[in-house]
Design a protein around this ligand. Sequence first.
Ligand code: FEO
Length: 386
Amino acid sequence: MTKISDTIQYIGTDDLDIDLFESQYDVPEGMSYNSYVIIDDKIAVMDTVDNRKAEEWKRNLAARLNGRTPDYLVVHHMEPDHASLIAETVKTYESLTVVTSAAAAKMLGNFFEGVDFSSRIHIVKEGDTLELGHHTLHFIAAPMVHWPEVIMSYEAQEKVLFAADAFGKFGALCNETDDWACEARRYYFNICGKYGTQVQAVLKKAAALDIHTICPLHGPVLTGDLTPYLSLYDTWSRYEPETDGILVAYASIHGGTAAAAIRLAEMLREKGAAKVVVSDLSRSDMAEVIEDAFRYPKVVVAAASYDGGVFPVMHDFLYHLQIKNYQNRTFGIVENGSWAPSAARVMREMIEKMKNVTIVEPVVTICSRMKASDVPALEALADALV
Ligand code: FEO
């Protein structure tokens, strides 16, 4: 089991059976729901877990309590993957006080109908502290990272930041590899991507703290040199590209648009693009393509026309980028249409709603199949992108 220290202990759970996290994200390596307990004169439980793992979590907690009763349940985030067991825990430990933000307190009644928390709750705000004995928790407001009620806490004795969803990743701890960034990046952009401004605000607060360990609500506990993690979070939350390269994302019905997209990718490579990633939107994990769109500075969208608009998977892709506050990037557009091409118009309209984006010319139109006569326009687009 993950070890933080003799007095701060991991009581979370792995979930290897979940098909889709939040009913939308593929998690082939499972998911962890992290929870911790601080053993001191007073005992603080740091969040619960998803109801799917209730029994295992209760066993983990009981084993760490060693017969004692917890004094506090600190609730950093009310999303059910962490907060499902609040009411049950309050009922089990009758002297326990829930410590959370005012916004979270308002949410309790929505999730736990008929449970009266009024005499069992201690509201904290930015700057408040909670003394446990040798350990002291300092609370940090972290609204919209990833819900409005989120708080983090910093334990001053052992210099541990309990970071809520921040610095989390997809994947169960039992499947953990050394490559934190891969699934942390997919997690960040799909779950927190919209809230870069709020993440920046929290990073500024974190910079004023001496942090030795980050305990997130998903993924591994982070220790040692924390600079790479903090640096990536800074890049990601500024909406800056992380790696030079071009994503070519295509939406093809019968293969014509795919052939044009793949040919364009070859041209980009021949012309010296640092890296070219090609994704078939009909068959790729959408969350992975969203991640790549944020990772690279340039994106080519190539799509078939469909019912007077654009093939739906491309619409879905661009809609995802819009709602994740996608910005500061360069786009190339390729459309296909057998009688009345309409894809480019719709893609342009969707892209132009994003902040600080550039669409390079030419926008290329293919009629049914890429032909020799289309090559100059594709070459010109490749030249404009590289
Ligand atoms: Fe892991 Fe926003 O919940």
